[in-house]
Design a protein around this ligand. Structure first.
Ligand code: ADP
Length: 321
């Protein structure tokens, strides 16, 4: 399989990114051709701090390597170092009706966070660039969280429309999801945990902060007598971070009222901390050598550019340029 996926350097990676996407990247990297990107052009579609931007990119790469993404096995790179992605995005934008973009859930959600005059065309066009990221390498399998499924579907639509008009040039990609395909906010279980919200657990959070966040997570939303969405979310985390038998035990005990949520939360905080401490240590070691990260990114981007340029040449030839 040829795999492509990316993450925005718009804040610290959180356990939602880890469980929804990166855990799959790690599994796939051994047996597949994997291309993983820090998608910095995507990150500028919403407000960001330019003084910290370069550093954020390096930190994101360091976190990915610390989690277990092996830069020897995968092609880890920074999106803006392969400018052919944006060239292809322009071309693809000419085959997609704009109405398709307005129906994207992420656009609707992100644009309601901003006043109308501040919503950039980039935010609307984001899925076209994402389609270009995928289609330029003929990636067939895209490991993402559930929130990105709609965008991968749009990439399929774009590929199909393009192929219909100009001949079979692009591979139609498909999504693969992890078991924990969507981690919700600890404060509001109707929203997904995100990098920009303070409602999630960042991979770099200290043990004290993790404990505080988990202990103050909401539990009492939803219909009385039923397991609430907030508790379901916590159960999902127990399943992902705890011992395999623990979740069934907790469900039983809570239904029988023999334990309270506070005990589940204490267990969960401990398990998350156990998982994150070695990742945090590795992150510190990697960040001590920023030049090495920079070199890896540049080498990978140079190699990928060759592939991307060949594809663009082919596309333009078919289009009659
Ligand atoms: P964020 O929305 O946190 O900025 P990105 O857009 O950079 O994250 O997404 C990186 C990857 O993490 C994507 O594959 C996305 O689907 C996944 N992801 C993001 N948030 C979650 C979540 N709350 N639960 C599961 N997966 C998620």
């Amino acid at each position: 399989m040829k795999i492509f996926s990316g993450t925005r350097p718009s804040g610290e990676l959180h356990i939602g990114n880890y469980l929804g996407a990166i855990s799959n990247w790690m599994e796939l990297q051994d047996k597949n051709d994997c291309i993983f990107s820090v998608v910095d052009y995507h990150a500028i579609t919403t407000p960001y701090e330019k003084e910290k931007f370069h550093q954020r990119n390096l930190e994101m790469v360091a976190w990915l390597i610390a989690c277990g993404i092996d830069p020897e096995k995968t092609r880890l790179f920074r999106q803006s170092q392969v400018p052919e992605h944006t060239e292809l995005a322009w071309i693809l934008s000419t085959v997609l009706p704009v109405s398709e973009l307005f129906r994207m859930t992420q656009y609707k959600e992100k644009s309601t966070d901003q006043s109308k005059e501040n919503i950039s065309a980039g935010l609307l066009n984001y899925p076209i660039l994402m389609a270009a990221d995928i289609l330029i390498y003929d990636a067939d399998t895209i490991p993402v969280g559930e929130d990105q499924v709609q965008h991968v579907e749009l990439a399929r639509i774009i590929a199909r429309k393009f192929n219909h008009r100009y001949g079979k040039i692009f591979t139609e990609p498909k999504t693969i999801l992890t078991k924990t395909k969507r981690v919700m906010s600890l404060k509001d279980p109707t929203k997904k945990m995100s990098k920009t919200g303070a409602d999630g657990i960042a991979l770099g959070d200290s043990s004290v902060i993790i404990t505080q966040k988990i202990m103050s997570a909401v539990t009492d939303t939803g219909e009385a007598g039923k397991i609430s969405p907030a508790v379901k979310n916590l159960f999902g985390l127990v399943e992902a971070f705890g011992e395999p038998e623990k979740m069934a035990e907790f469900i039983q005990a809570i239904e029988n009222k023999t334990i309270q949520y506070v005990e589940l939360k204490r267990y969960l905080a401990e398990k998350i901390i156990e998982k994150l401490i070695p990742i945090q240590k590795k992150y510190q070691e990697i960040m001590a050598k920023p030049d090495k990260i920079e070199q890896t990114l540049t080498n990978n981007a140079q190699a990928l550019r060759k592939e991307a340029q060949e594809k663009i040449e082919k596309v333009k030839k078919e289009m009659g340029f």
